[in-house]
Unconditional design. Structure first.
Length: 192
């Protein structure tokens, strides 16, 4: 059973053949595992070209490694992206090297789940990741991106704030009907 303290790894690009494929690591040991595979020290947010090697020191591929340090990453944990060539065999070799060094295979959605659990995104934003991935039209993709950026959540939070202010005003008017209560909302003063 996977727990939130495990370092996870997964192929983050779609199945199939392409010019570039990404294996992503996330968790407290992500940097340590990446160092074993790349044999270099990674500075956050800098791209390094390197060879990806397995435990037998066999070169699996050459590519780019990038470290995103905690908490300034998508998941809020240390993340390392190993960007190699996009063949299924090559990416699986790199993924297996990550697992052989202690990472656990991430189930679908685990990176987004950790971002949610670490308060990097809210539930609406987490759901919008799947919406964006599965978007079949330009309008659906744009809507999902706006939701991922927090547009929907911000509107809901604004409505919630206004409802709470209204409730407080109504309760104050009911509890103290003889008082002349001022209600301030966004610079406007309303009197009972």
């Amino acid at each position: 059973m996977l727990n939130e303290s495990s370092t996870i790894a997964a192929i983050s690009t779609a199945q199939g053949i392409g010019g570039i494929g990404v294996v992503r690591l996330s968790g407290k040991d992500a940097l340590k595992i990446a160092k074993k595979i790349c044999n270099i020290d990674l500075t956050p947010r800098k791209a390094y070209t390197c060879s990806f090697k397995d435990k037998k020191n066999t070169t699996l591929d050459q590519g780019i490694a990038i470290h995103f340090s905690s908490p300034a990453s998508f998941t809020g944990e240390d993340i390392v992206e190993l960007q190699g060539h996009g063949g299924n065999v090559v990416l699986n070799l790199i993924l297996n090297a990550c697992i052989s060094h202690g990472a656990e295979l991430a189930p679908p959605g685990e990176f987004t789940k950790r971002a949610f659990l670490n308060n990097k995104i809210d539930l609406s934003q987490a759901e919008s990741v799947a919406d964006l991935i599965n978007a079949s039209t330009e309008a659906a993709a744009k809507s999902a991106v706006n939701s991922l950026r927090g547009v929907f959540s911000n509107k809901i939070n604004s409505l919630l704030k206004n409802l709470i202010e209204l409730r407080v005003f109504v309760e104050a008017c009911l509890d103290f009907p003889e008082e002349d209560i001022n209600f301030i909302n966004e610079g406007n003063v309303n009197k009972k």
